[in-house]
Design a protein around this ligand. Structure first.
Ligand code: FRU
Length: 469
């Protein structure tokens, strides 16, 4: 479809849908969410000329997956965001079924997007092109078209380019599925972003002694943190176990060493990035001040998403809060970026036995607490967190089936930092050793109630609203 028709349709969807979406009580007060329609992966996350840019997979036309656009926001401080012109609309033949996920680089002062043109055929087949678009002086993006076709030996599922520079060369990782239906990560090199050489597979199912590890790997991201080369990736098809891999699709990481000339990535075990119900497709960037920042999608593309009540209001999903990553041994630690503290209002402190404490407001709030002993947190009677000597258990009723579902974290719980925003809860455990991120859909004025005999010290802040400009 022509670009101007697509843009007209998107404009009409925003104009007609925005009032209903904005009136939804589940809309976040300070997390990023789409004006209307369905948002999924963060894309093109970069600090460019000092300002953060974050694009996102977006179907403005319906609360459904489909031919994705790239929406775009920017921010000076990771807290206050403003809408920017739509970055990409799926107008060309090589992207007819979506401008799928990808990344952004600073190519000699030009903000350049590298993304996947997704194409589906009438006979059920599909292909994928890796494509470029360059920012113009008026802020819009000029498409340069495909720079890479499907490599031989892989199905039509090759996507989500993440590009970075190393020793004067550009490198790309791609998520892929090979002809034997095994998920992989491919490494490619280019001198100019246009001409790419496939170097090989650096990780995947049946690679590096991993055994069977999923039929497709999506959204890879590779970066150096301290002395380690960290690979984030989303494997699809890991069978759920009693205490791990319980979401339909996983999002996790490996730590290791990438030997660029030898095209070998030696890595350790796969660790989940988040132990909550909703977390997928995160993307990182290196900030000017040296911090490695991550934003994830607080959603999972598994169909259960369509039972979320915001769909009735014409919008779906939010991003996680921006997080700073640090490495401790072979484990990543995630903490909300310090800039978010700007949102804090007046502080209230509570101390005592859990069940004696008054309920606290969690509409838009931050809690920091230390605990010794067992206790139970009820988030508006909708989401339940139990802390005992084994660790944490998070429970809720599945919105589609009504059945109880649980997620776990094992370890000694000493401290929790909880960010609540209308319909989401992000629980940072022991100063970021682990995180549980989840959506929930409470009645108005949600409150947190504690029970149990744990000794608690609690700090509470209401967080200010921060609408996208
Ligand atoms: C992950 C994903 C990506 C793809 C995009 C399409 O959620 O499936 O692999 O590029 O979403 O919206």
């Amino acid at each position: 479809m022509s670009e101007s028709r697509l843009l007209n349709q998107a404009l009409r969807a925003v104009l007609s849908g925005q009032p209903r979406a904005a009136a939804d009580r589940h809309r976040p007060a300070w997390h990023l969410a789409p004006t209307v329609g369905l948002m999924n992966d963060p894309n093109g996350f970069i600090q460019f000329n000092g300002r953060y840019v974050l694009c996102y997979q977006w179907n403005p036309l319906a609360c459904a997956h489909g031919a994705k656009f790239w929406g775009q926001w920017s921010s000076a401080d990771l807290v206050h965001w403003r809408h920017e012109p739509l970055a990409l609309a799926p107008a060309e033949e090589y992207e007819s079924h979506g401008c799928y996920s990808g990344s952004a680089v600073d190519n000699q002062g030009v903000l350049t997007l590298v993304y996947t043109g997704n194409v589906k055929f009438a006979d059920g087949g599909r292909t994928a092109w890796q494509c470029l678009a360059e920012q113009q002086s008026d802020g819009s993006f000029r498409k340069l078209g495909p720079v890479l076709a499907l490599p031989e030996g892989y199905t039509g599922h090759v996507r989500d380019p993440k590009v970075w520079q190393h020793d004067g060369q550009w490198y790309m990782v791609l998520g892929a599925q090979d002809q034997q239906l095994q998920g992989k990560v491919l490494l490619l090199r280019s001198a100019d972003l246009h001409d790419w050489t496939l170097l090989g597979e650096i990780a995947g199912s049946r690679v590096n002694g991993l055994g069977d590890f999923g039929y497709m790997w999506e959204c890879p991201d590779l970066f150096t943190l301290d002395d380690s080369d960290v690979l984030l990736v989303c494997p699809q098809g890991l069978p759920a176990e009693q205490y791990r891999w319980r979401n339909t699709f996983q999002s996790g990481y490996f730590c290791g060493t990438l030997d660029y000339p030898g095209v070998q990535y030696r890595h350790g075990d796969f660790h989940e990035l988040d132990h909550g119900f909703e977390f997928y497709a995160p993307q990182t960037t290196l900030a000017d001040d040296g911090r490695r920042l991550l934003i994830g999608w607080m959603g999972i593309p598994d169909g259960d998403e369509f039972a979320q009540p915001t769909r009735e209001h014409g919008w779906m999903h939010t991003m996680t809060c921006p997080r700073e990553l640090t490495l401790h041994g072979d484990r990543l630690r995630q903490r909300p970026v310090r800039e978010l503290q700007q949102l804090r209002g007046q502080e209230t402190q509570l101390r005592g036995i859990a069940e004696n404490l008054p309920a606290v407001d969690i509409g838009s709030a931050e809690l920091e607490l230390t605990l010794t002993g067992s206790c139970h947190f009820s988030f508006a009677d909708t989401l339940h967190l139990s802390a005992d000597r084994h660790g944490l258990t998070l429970r809720r009723h599945n919105l589609r089936s009504g059945e109880e579902e649980t997620r776990y974290w094992h370890g000694e719980v000493r401290q929790l930092r909880i960010l609540c925003d209308r319909s989401s809860v992000e629980i940072f455990i022991n100063d970021g050793d682990a995180v549980m991120s989840s959506r929930y859909f409470p009645q108005p004025e949600p409150r947190l109630r504690l029970t149990g005999n744990a000794q608690i010290t609690l700090r509470h802040w209401r967080l200010q609203q921060c609408v996208i400009e």
